[in-house]
Ligand binder design. Structure first.
Ligand code: SAM
Ligand code: SF4
Length: 335
């Protein structure tokens, strides 16, 4: 890692930001209820989106400051027509690249990912049942996604599955998902449902880290093992003794990992967000298009980063839907 300029990526709490998540688009071919508001969103006009070259220029600047990991997300990153060009350009940088996808188009990009040395793919799938899949995503694409998961596994990728747990919807599938790890080296990641604009969040729908662990402990009282976490990782890792794969819990709501946060995000329209939960945004595209340095903007964004959950540091603030509506919906932030 380049430590020479690393202080620019260090915030007022001493947290060093080495992991950049870039949203490529706010368009998507699914309509997940917890992500996309029921009435949809106004998609960003093309001229306001970062171009492939702008994404590369911005990423290169972050890498020179000390970023060594970049995740491509969205919306759905694979709906971007110039995805191959974006990936190929970013692959020339000395970074680890991750991709989070809903899996609908991912089969078409298998050889491109291989060619660019991508070995891990994160695919979101919230249920193992076709009808429930249609209910949560508002699209009938379960078979396609399931087939793609098999494809990537058979092709030797490390496959991680993201599952947003929602009370009385899919919390009865926790053990079914964990059963997938028995004979396959797959990584299941249960994500606590987070509040964003238009996603009808309330704490009754939340399935907490504690509830997940209690459920697993009930079925596997002696076999549940805590395994090592990677530094700064938001996922806390576990496995069932004897299973090939593992599972993780991302407890952004009940047990946030803000004190070790190393993440910073860029929306598809080139706004820097210092926290997923924060409504504050810092435009990178404006100075970039005016041929000015983006470093002061990066500095400012890090300077104003809140200590905890973008300023929602109390239970009361977390429950306040006005604060959720100040932020964008998840689809236009980039997960
Ligand atoms: N379309 C891609 C996908 O679905 O994987 C990438 C973008 S999506 C916004 C990234 C991740 O955010 C997904 O795993 C999704 O399940 C998760 N996500 C979306 N809304 C969420 C919410 N309200 N709470 C927790 N996770 C959420
Ligand atoms: Fe699209 Fe992913 Fe959001 Fe679902 S979670 S609507 S797939 S961006």
């Amino acid at each position: 890692m380049n430590t020479r300029n690393n202080d620019i990526l260090t915030d007022s709490n001493g947290r060093v930001h080495s992991y950049l998540r870039i949203s490529l688009t706010d368009k998507c071919n699914l309509r997940c209820t917890y992500c996309m508001p029921a009435n949809g969103i106004l998609v960003t006009p093309k001229e306001h989106l970062m171009t492939a070259d702008e994404i590369y220029t911005i990423a290169k600047q972050f890498v020179s400051l000390g970023v060594y990991k970049i995740r491509l997300t969205g919306g759905e990153p694979f709906v971007r027509k110039d995805f191959p060009r974006i990936l190929e350009k970013l692959s020339s940088l000395p970074i680890e690249i991750g991709i989070t996808t809903n899996g609908i188009l991912a089969d078409r990009f298998l050889s491109l990912l291989k060619k660019n040395s991508i070995k891990t793919i994160t695919i979101s799938i919230d249920t193992l049942h076709k009808t429930k899949f249609q209910k949560i995503t508002r699209r009938n694409e379960f078979d396609k996604v399931w087939k793609t998961i098999q494809l990537y596994q058979n092709e030797g990728f490390i496959v991680k599955l993201n599952i947003v747990l929602i009370k009385n919807f899919n919390d009865n599938e926790i053990i079914d998902f964990i059963s997938l790890t028995k004979d396959k080296n797959i990584i299941i990641r249960f994500i606590e449902f987070m509040p964003f604009d238009g996603n009808q969040w309330n704490s009754d729908k939340l399935v907490s880290q504690k509830e997940i662990i209690d459920t697993v402990n009930y079925v596997y009282p002696l076999q549940l093992q805590k395994i090592a976490d990677t530094p700064n990782d938001t996922a806390k890792n576990y496995k069932i003794e004897g299973h090939q794969g593992s599972f993780a819990i991302i407890s952004s709501v009940t047990n946030p990992f803000c004190d070790t946060c190393n993440r910073i995000r860029i929306t598809a329209d080139g706004k820097l967000k210092n926290c997923l939960f924060s409504s504050e945004e810092f435009s990178l595209l404006t100075p970039l298009r005016a041929n000015q340095s983006i470093t002061p903007v990066i500095k400012a964004a890090l300077h104003y980063k809140h200590t905890t959950r973008g300023g929602m540091d109390t239970e009361l603030k977390l429950q306040n839907s006005d604060l959720h509506s100040k932020n964008r919906s998840m689809i236009s932030i980039g997960g």
